[in-house]
Design a binder for this molecule. Structure first.
Ligand code: 13P
Length: 250
């Protein structure tokens, strides 16, 4: 089954609105002819509408990095999914390991946010992945199973078919230590198997699984050559327009 590749950039807490405008000015011509993959960029909240304006008329879509599960309410400091839709966002990252590690996100909050994103018509990019200690203790599959089952609890096939899944081993994030194509392939294969058991075979084989963790222009080709790797979620290397364009044009 051939799945359309997705290259997504997660800017984390980087870039002002001025930086964002500058990025798009350089980035757009470099990917103007790129039709082989979906391109998404997730800037911080404050730069979302700037990015949406800058990407207008291109194939680049804009996503947020997080949102609350309630549509509105007394939740100081939070932003809702319908608010993201209003800015022109098309997607949202959910359950990134930094949110799980530093902001107390759980599989249960991932599940709530996921349902809220689907309800609002956004494309969720749901992140899973094990810590170094978990991999060393041979717990990778147990962790992925727990995150998958908790995060995707009570979802229908139709809902599941709208999701992008990102496998981001925590030990590979920002460390320069990319998972080898073989390690990523094995985790992706395991996740697809979980999808096959829980959802229809069609859903499982159509599911796009992105790899994330120290993806760079010089390792993207080897990763994308793997049948099981359908794209990349890029942190550090997505901040520079030329390096992100080189990844898009793998
Ligand atoms: P790096 O590409 O900087 O390792 O970050 C990966 C990541 O966390 C993307 O969401």
């Amino acid at each position: 089954m051939s799945r359309r590749p997705v290259i997504a950039g997660n800017w984390k807490m980087y870039k002002t609105r001025a930086d964002t405008r500058q990025f798009f000015e350089t980035f757009k011509p470099l990917v103007a002819a790129s039709r082989h993959c979906d391109i998404t960029i997730a800037p911080p909240f404050t730069a979302l509408s700037t990015a949406v304006d800058a990407a207008a008329g291109t194939v680049i879509t804009i996503a947020a990095q997080n949102a609350h599960w309630e549509p509105e309410g007394a939740f100081t400091g939070e932003v809702s999914m319908p608010m993201l839709v209003e800015t022109g966002c098309r997607g949202v990252i959910i359950g990134h390991s930094e949110r799980r590690q530093y902001f107390g996100e759980t599989d249960e909050s991932v599940n709530r946010k996921l349902k809220a994103a689907l309800q609002a018509g956004l494309t969720p990019i749901v992140c899973v992945g094990e810590l170094a200690a978990e991999r060393d203790a041979n717990l990778t599959q147990a962790v992925l199973r727990r995150q998958f089952e908790g995060g995707f609890a009570a979802l229908t096939d139709v809902e599941f078919s709208r999701i992008l899944l990102a496998y981001e081993p925590v030990w590979a994030i920002g460390t320069g230590r990319t998972a080898t194509p073989e390690i990523a392939t094995s985790a992706h294969g395991f996740l697809r198997e979980l999808a096959r058991k829980r959802f229809s075979p069609e859903c499982a084989s159509a599911l796009r699984i992105l790899y994330g963790g120290s993806v760079k222009p010089d390792n993207i080709k080897g990763l994308m050559a793997q049948e099981e790797i359908d794209g990349a979620l890029v942190g550090g290397a997505s901040l520079d327009a030329k390096s992100f364009a080189a990844i898009v044009n793998f």
